[in-house]
Write a protein that binds this ligand. Sequence first.
Ligand code: ZN
Length: 136
Amino acid sequence: MVHEWSLAQAIAEALKSYSKRNKISVYREVTLSIGELQNIDIEILLEALENIIHEWKEVKIYNIKYEVERAEFLCKECGYRWRLDEMSLSDDEREAIHFLPELIHAFVRCVKCGSPDFSIVEGRGIKISRIVVGDK
Ligand SMILES: [Zn+2]
């Protein structure tokens, strides 16, 4: 809960400084890209963000949408790239990864060569992926 609110605050600040820099005051739509491995309650995040933005006088945003960015892993050993659903994880493991993404190195191995040495190239964090300027 606190986590979602501080994230919402950070996103709001980013939008505010973007608006200032680009002299934009009205947005028809802002789309967030939320990593599949990001452990947050999206509903709470959006609600928090809408509450913060609602208070603004100088910037107006009509719609906030989101899309989930799928996780992608890259093996440092063999260079193979793969997605979460290519792995045979138990439901418990899958849940653990969503709940505590830091645990990912305990469960995940390269699906091709079995190496534990991989990096997460996508599916983490939150980005502002799309902005549509203008009225409703
Ligand atoms: Zn590999």
